[in-house]
Design a protein around this ligand. Structure first.
Ligand code: NAP
Ligand code: GDD
Length: 323
C-alpha cells in the first residue's frame, strides 16, 4: 500500500512533535521542517530521529518552502510553525508578523507554484478572538485580536480562506484554543507553573513569579488536539473548526490544581507577581464552543485539566530528578 506523505512545519515544537507521533501511528511517511538555529533544540523530537525525515526551511524564506515541497512531495501540509509566544510578539512585532502572517502566504504561494494537489492545514488560534465579542466563542464569532501575534494570525487565517475561495485549494484552519502538554515550552504559563511546582516539591526553588493571575483560558491537552487537525484534513470538503474544551479556568485555578497535586492547598507563599510578566493588552477570557467539530468530525476532548496537570507535573518531577 502507498503511504500518505505529510510535511509538518514547526516539527521541533510541541504540536509538531505530537502530530508526527500520531501520523506515524497512522502509517504516514512524515517529513518535518526545521529551521537553522545556532544551538538546535531537539528535546521534543529526539524520539523521532530515524523515524521521520528532516528538511530545512524557514517561513521567512519563500524559496526554501518551495524546495521543501519539491523534496518531500507531500499529500498533506500541516503549517504549525510560528513565533507562538504572545508576549514576545510585543517585543518583536515585525518579525512575529512576518513569520505568523506573511509566512502563511509564502507557504500557500509555494503550494500553488508546486502545482500538485496538496491538502493544507493552518494553525489558527483563539487569540484571534482577543477581546471577546461573545462567550463561548465559535467559528462565527467576530474577531478582535489583542496582540501583534493575534493580528498576524488573523492575516494567516484569512489568507488561507482567501486562497481556498480564489484557487479552489483544499485549505482548512483549526481555530485551536490553548492546549498544553509535557512538551510545552517553559515560558508559557502552564509549563512555567508545573515546572516551578516540581522544583518547589524537590526543594530546588522557593517561588514562582508570574504576571496576571486573573486571566481565564480554555486549556486542553495537545495530543487530543493534534487528532482534530488530522480529522479536518481527512474531510471531503475543507472547512474551519473551533477546537476547545468548553471549560474555562483562571491562572489562580490552574495554580490550585497544580499545588494540590503535590499536597499543598495554600500556595500564597510560593507565588509572587511581577509587572514584567504583564502584557500591554491582555486577553481576559477564552471559552470555546467546539460543537461543529463534534458534529462534523466526531471530535471531542478526552483529557481533563486535572489529569493534564498531573501528567505535566509528574513528568517535570521525573525529568528534574534525572538531571
Ligand atoms: P511551539 O512549540 O512554539 O512551536 C513553534 C514551532 O515553529 C517551532 O518548531 C519553531 O522552531 C517553529 N518556527 C518558529 N519560527 C519559524 C520560522 N521562521 N520558520 C520555520 N519554523 C519556525 O508552538 P506550538 O504550541 O506547538 O503551536 C503550534 C502552532 O499552533 C503555532 O502556529 C501556534 O501559533 C499555534 N497555536 C498554538 C496553540 C497552543 O495553545 N499551543 C493554540 C492555537 C494555535 P524553533 O524550535 O526553531 O523555534
Ligand atoms: N507566559 C506567561 N508567563 N503568561 C502568564 C504569566 C507568566 O509568567 N503570568 C500570567 N500569565 C498569563 C498571560 O498574561 C495570559 O493571560 C495567560 O497567562 C496565558 O499565557 P500563555 O501561557 O503565554 O499563553 P497565551 O494564552 O498567551 O497564548 C497561547 O495560547 C494561544 C491560544 O489562545 C499560545 O500557545 C499561543 O501560541 C496560542 O495561539
Amino acid at each position: 500500500m502507498i503511504k500518505k506523505r505529510a510535511l509538518i512545519t514547526g516539527i521541533t515544537g510541541m504540536d509538531g512533535s505530537h502530530l508526527a507521533d500520531l501520523l506515524l501511528e497512522k502509517g504516514y511517511e512524515v517529513f518535518g521542517m526545521e529551521r537553522r538555529t545556532s544551538t538546535p533544540n531537539r528535546t521534543n523530537i529526539e524520539h523521532l530521529e530515524g523515524k521521520i525525515t528532516f528538511v530545512n526551511g524557514d517561513l521567512s524564506d519563500q524559496m526554501s518552502l518551495l524546495r521543501c515541497l519539491k523534496k518531500t512531495k507531500p499529500d498533506e501540509v500541516y503549517n504549525l510553525a510560528a513565533q507562538s509566544f504572545v508576549y514576545a510578539s510585543f517585543i518583536t512585532p515585525e518579525q512575529s508578523s512576518d513569520v505568523d502572517g506573511l509566512g502563511v502566504l509564502r507557504m500557500l504561494e509555494a503550494i500553488r507554484e508546486y502545482g500538485k494537489p496538496v491538502k493544507f492545514y493552518q494553525a489558527s488560534t483563539s487569540e484571534m478572538f482577543g477581546k471577546v465579542q461573545e462567550t463561548p466563542q465559535k467559528e462565527t464569532t467576530t474577531f478582535y485580536p489583542r496582540s501583534p501575534y493575534g493580528v498576524a494570525k488573523l492575516y494567516g487565517h484569512w489568507i488561507t480562506k482567501n486562497y481556498r475561495e480564489s484557487y479552489g485549494m483544499f485549505n482548512c484552519c483549526g481555530i485551536l484554543f490553548n492546549h498544553e502538554s509535557e512538551r510545552r515550552g517553559v515560558e508559557f504559563v502552564t509549563r512555567k507553573i508545573t515546572d516551578g511546582v516540581a522544583r518547589i516539591h524537590l526543594g530546588l526553588q522557593d517561588k514562582i513569579v508570574l504576571g496576571n493571575l486573573d486571566a481565564k483560558r480554555d486549556w486542553g491537552y495537545a495530543p487530543d488536539y493534534v487528532e482534530a487537525m488530522w480529522l479536518m484534513v481527512q474531510q471531503d470538503e475543507p472547512d474551519d473548526y473551533v477546537i476547545s474544551t468548553g471549560k474555562t479556568y483562571s491562572i489562580r485555578e490552574f495554580l490550585d490544581y497544580s499545588f494540590k497535586h503535590i499536597g499543598i492547598t495554600d500556595w500564597s507563599k510560593y507565588v509572587g507577581q511581577d509587572e514584567r510578566y504583564m502584557r500591554p493588552s491582555e486577553v481576559d477570557l477564552l471559552r470555546g464552543d467546539s460543537s461543529k467539530a463534534l458534529k462534523n468530525l466526531g471530535w471531542k476532548p478526552k483529557t481533563s485539566l486535572e489529569e493534564m496537570v498531573g501528567k505535566m507535573i509528574d513528568n517535570d518531577i521525573k525529568q528534574l530528578g534525572e538531571k
